[in-house]
Design a protein around this ligand. Structure first.
Ligand code: CP
Length: 300
C-alpha cells in the first residue's frame, strides 16, 4: 500500500528506508547535489507549515520541492491569524481549503502531527515534532553514514548531549539500530534519555565514546524545551561531553556529526566544523537529497 503520511520512522519498512537511501544517493555528487532539475512532482502543491524556527529542514524541503518541479508556499505562525487567536485545527482546515496535496509540518507539541493526519485530506510529512520525532533527519543521518562507510550495518555510533529533549536522538537511534548500526549514548544524568535508547550502551564522557566509536553524533542542549533545572554548568559540561579540537585530533579517524544548529564552543569547537572528519555540512546536503526521495515516495 502506498505511504500516505510520514509521521515517524516506524511508518517506513526497512525496504522503504533502503529505497529512500538508494534514491537519495542518485541525487548526490561527491561534493554536492546533481544540477539537473526533475519534473517528477510537477503539478503537486506543497505547504510548509512551520510553528517553530528552522533553517536546515525548511530550506531543504523547499529546495527538494523546487528541484522536483513542484510548487510550495510557506506558513509561519509569526504574522499569521494564530496571533489573533485562531486555533490550530482551524488554521490547518483553512490551509487545506486552498487545495494543497501535502503539508510539511513542524510543531513543538508532541502528538500534533498524528492528530492532524487523522482528519486532513492532505498528506502530512513530519518536519520535527516536539521531543518525539524528526524522521527525515534520521534518514539523512543514515544516508550520510552510509555514504561515508559504504554501509550502516556494524558502524559504531555514540549520540552525545541532550538526549532527553531530542527528537533527533529518538528518530536517528531508531533508524540506525534498525539498519544494524551499533548505537550508544553519552549524557549527564539530568539529560539522559528515557525509553529504548536508555537501554543501549552508555559512555561516561566524550573521550571514552571516541575511543570506541566510528561516529560521534553531537546534540545541542535544547534550552527552549527545558522546563526545570536540567541545564548543567556549561564549563562542567564541556569538560566531560564536548568534542574539542585536541580530543578530535587524538581520534582523527572518528567521524563527527551534528544535526545542527551547533552551539559553537559548547558541544563542539568552531574549528572542527571545517575539518575532513566533520560531516555537519555534508549532512545538510544529504538533507536535500533524502527529502527529494521521501517526497517522491509519498507524493508522486
Ligand atoms: N536539524 C534541524 O532540524 O535543523 P533546523 O532546526 O535548522 O531545521
Amino acid at each position: 500500500m502506498p505511504l500516505r503520511h510520514l509521521l515517524t520512522t516506524d511508518d517506513l519498512s526497512l525496504d522503504e528506508i533502503d529505497l529512500i537511501l538508494k534514491r537519495a544517493a542518485e541525487f548526490l555528487t561527491p561534493t554536492g547535489l546533481v544540477h539537473k532539475s526533475l519534473d517528477t512532482l510537477a503539478g503537486k502543491r506543497f505547504v510548509l507549515a512551520f510553528y517553530e524556527a528552522s533553517t536546515r529542514t525548511r530550506l531543504s524541503f523547499e529546495s527538494a520541492i523546487e528541484r522536483m518541479g513542484a510548487s510550495c508556499v510557506l506558513f509561519t505562525e509569526a504574522g499569521s491569524s494564530v496571533e489573533k487567536g485562531e486555533s490550530l485545527d482551524e488554521t490547518i482546515r483553512t490551509i487545506e481549503a486552498m487545495g494543497f496535496d501535502a503539508m510539511i509540518l513542524r510543531h513543538a507539541i508532541n502528538g500534533t502531527h498524528s492528530h492532524i493526519a487523522g482528519w486532513t485530506s492532505m498528506s502530512v510529512i513530519n518536519a520535527g515534532e516536539g521531543t518525539m520525532a524528526h524522521p527525515t533527519q534520521a534518514l539523512l543521518d543514515a544516508s550520510t553514514i552510509r555514504e561515508r562507510f559504504d554501509r550502516v550495518e556494524g558502524v559504531k555510533v555514540v549520540i552525545i548531549g541532550d538526549l532527553l529533549h531530542s527528537r533527533v536522538a529518538r528518530s536517528t537511534a531508531s533508524v540506525l539500530s534498525r539498519l544494524g548500526a551499533d548505537v550508544g549514548w553519552c549524557a549527564p544524568e539530568s539529560l539522559a534519555p528515557v525509553g529504548e535508547i536508555s537501554r543501549l550502551r552508555r559512555f561516561d564522557d566524550a573521550r571514552h565514546a571516541m575511543q570506541w566509536a566510528d561516529v560521534v553524533f553531537l546534540l545541542r542542549i535544547q534550552r527552549e524545551r527545558i522546563v526545570s533545572d536540567h541545564v548543567p554548568d556549561i564549563d562542567e559540561y564541556r569538560r566531560q561531553y564536548a568534542v574539542t579540537s585536541s580530543l578530535a585530533a587524538d581520534h582523527s579517524s572518528v567521524v563527527i556529526m551534528h544535526p545542527g544548529p551547533v552551539n559553537i564552543g559548547v558541544e563542539l569547537d568552531e574549528a572542527l566544523l571545517n575539518v575532513p572528519q566533520c560531516l555537519v555540512h555534508r549532512q545538510v546536503t544529504h538533507g536535500v537529497a533524502v527529502r527529494m526521495a521521501v517526497l517522491e515516495l509519498i507524493c508522486r
